[in-house]
Ligand binder design. Structure first.
Ligand code: ATP
Ligand code: MG
Length: 495
């Protein structure tokens, strides 16, 4: 049942751009392998070649010593190779069960066996701990739920080789634990798990060995126990990394309040939230996934039904709340769901970047030269890595898409910046860049709100953190009281 996986001199070119250079390694079955590398290093591309989503330009993938050339993911899945995607690969208009069985429908006497599929889908959902009906439309799920459906889909394929591309980016700690238990079961059953993650603590915990890619080349392979996290990070970036967080500046007690929200209610998600943030301040929002943080800000921005007693941006009343009026008043917002709300994936990088400014000023004429100049400035400032500026946003690696989304919301030079999970899927080096950037935005006099599930990020970065639980703001912690224990206690209600 088990399979040996081999990469033999695998190279990949997209047009003139070569993103993988002769990668070779072999994996014995029944192990968990961490696949590490900076954003754009080629991790997803290499795994997509294994799972039949992309074809190698040169070289081959071997299973049990036999060269395989899958014509598509369905063929790979039939051979037992399944991939869980970083950017979800689900059909929004179909139900959960339909998504799980897409291309592998269960049939009985030549007809679709709906009953069996509903039962199997239900079982798979229970395995991943998603408490919801298999008949629900995937488009109605939140990001974390979609991630669990992706995992359930992979499990129902009975994978012998399972690729997980950043599977825990949106999961709660308990969902993550459940996933780790599933991984342990699959491993015990002889499956090979390839685990791509920028969360090095997870890599340290669950993998047996790590392979490291840098600029499309295999640069290291080590038993996990023989390297520290710091060494993993250095292998990825090819140099020693300095402090992750910038030093914090003080916020003047009389700094003007730039965002003042009173009595915000988002039906079903958030009750009576009031908060202020001052010029120069970095305010964190902590809480478990599903606590309502994202929904609070979606409500504030008018992306969901909401009401507020009052909302002011830089002293000005913000009455008809929508993203456009927000931008006009000087508030910009980076959504956590960059795939549907953050970027226009089919459009070019430069167009994506100037769109925000465009929405704000509604300038009728586009100037390609200025657009290109803005892109050049942003790729440097944000370290967006692409060998070709003339590609659609969808061709960027996951982490580089995140950096582009961030660059995009900062184009109109805002007063208040709301960032929902700004470093999701971003490599350690780029994380550090983003932290320093956030610090700079604040020290220049902007107010910055950071919504994050990474406690260490909030602790390292913020002047003050609000904790949300079940739709309510339940605690406010100043910088000198920030600790993981306390944040978790408030977030889970065990305080
Ligand atoms: N369809 C495509 N067309 C052109 N270039 C592409 C395409 N897909 C990927 N690339 C490029 O290939 C390189 C590797 O991308 P890949 O997605 O494999 O990186 P990654 O290691 O998964 O990064 P991340 O950690 O950000 O997810 C990047 O430079 C990316 O822009
Ligand atoms: Mg990737």
């Amino acid at each position: 049942m088990s399979l040996t996986v081999g990469f033999k001199d695998v190279s990949k070119r997209f047009g003139p751009v070569q993103v993988l250079h002769g990668v070779s390694f072999e994996l014995a079955p029944g192990r968990v392998i961490g696949v590490l590398g900076e954003n754009g290093a080629g991790k997803s591309t290499l795994m997509k070649i294994l799972a039949g989503y992309e074809a190698a330009s040169e070289g081959v993938v071997e299973l049990d010593g036999q060269a395989v050339r899958f014509k598509g993911p369905r063929e790979a899945e039939t051979a037992g190779v399944v991939m869980i995607h970083q950017e979800f690969n689900l059909a929004d208009d179909l139900s959960i069960a339909q998504n799980i069985f897409l291309g592998h429908e269960r049939k009985r006497f030549g007809l679709l066996d709906d009953e069996r599929m509903a039962a199997e889908a239900g079982a798979a959902l229970r395995q991943v701990g998603l408490d919801c009906s298999p008949t629900r439309r995937v488009g109605d799920l939140i990001v974390a739920e979609k991630q669990l459906v992706e995992i359930a889909r992979a499990l129902s394929r009975r994978a012998r080789v399972l690729v997980m591309d950043e599977p825990t980016a949106t999961l709660t700690p308990s969902e993550t634990e459940r996933l780790f238990a599933l991984i342990a079961q699959l491993k015990a059953a002889g499956s090979t798990i390839l685990y791509i993650s920028h969360k090095l603590d997870e890599v340290e915990r669950i993998t047996d060995e790590v392979v490291v890619l840098r600029d499309g080349r295999l640069v290291a392979r080590r038993p996990t126990g023989s390297v520290t996290r710091q060494q993993m990070a250095s292998l990825m970036v090819g140099r020693e990394l300095a402090d992750l967080f910038p030093p914090r500046h003080a916020v003047a007690a009389d700094a003007p309040v730039l965002l003042d929200v009173e009595g915000l209610a988002v039906p079903g998600w958030c009750h009576d939230a009031s908060f202020q943030v001052r010029a120069g301040e970095i305010l964190g929002f902590a809480g478990l996934v599903g606590a309502g943080r994202t929904e609070l800000f979606e409500g504030l921005l008018g992306l969901r039904p909401s009401s507020a007693k009052s909302a002011r941006v830089a002293g000005q009343a913000w009455t008809r709340r929508n993203p456009r009026s927000a931008a006009r008043l000087g508030l910009t917002y980076l959504s956590e769901d960059r795939k549907t709300r953050g970027l226009h994936l089919r459009m070019g990088l430069a167009q994506n970047l100037t769109l925000m400014a465009l929405e704000r000023y509604a300038r009728p004429l586009l100037e390609p030269r200025r657009e290109q100049a803005a892109l050049a400035a942003a790729t440097t400032a944000f370290g967006i890595r692409t060998q070709d500026a003339d590609v659609p946003a969808s061709a960027l690696s996951g982490g580089n898409q995140q950096k582009l989304a961030l660059a995009r919301v900062l184009q109109p030079d805002p007063k208040v910046v709301v960032l929902d999970e700004p470093t999701r899927g971003v490599d350690v080096g780029a994380k550090r860049d983003i932290y320093f950037l956030i610090q700079r935005l604040a020290s220049e006099g902007r107010a910055v709100i950071v919504v994050s599930s990474e406690l260490l990020e909030l602790i390292g970065l913020c002047h003050r953190v609000l904790v949300m639980r079940q739709g309510r703001l339940v605690a406010e912690l100043p910088q000198d009281q920030l600790s993981e224990e306390l944040l978790i206690a408030h977030a889970t209600g065990t305080h």
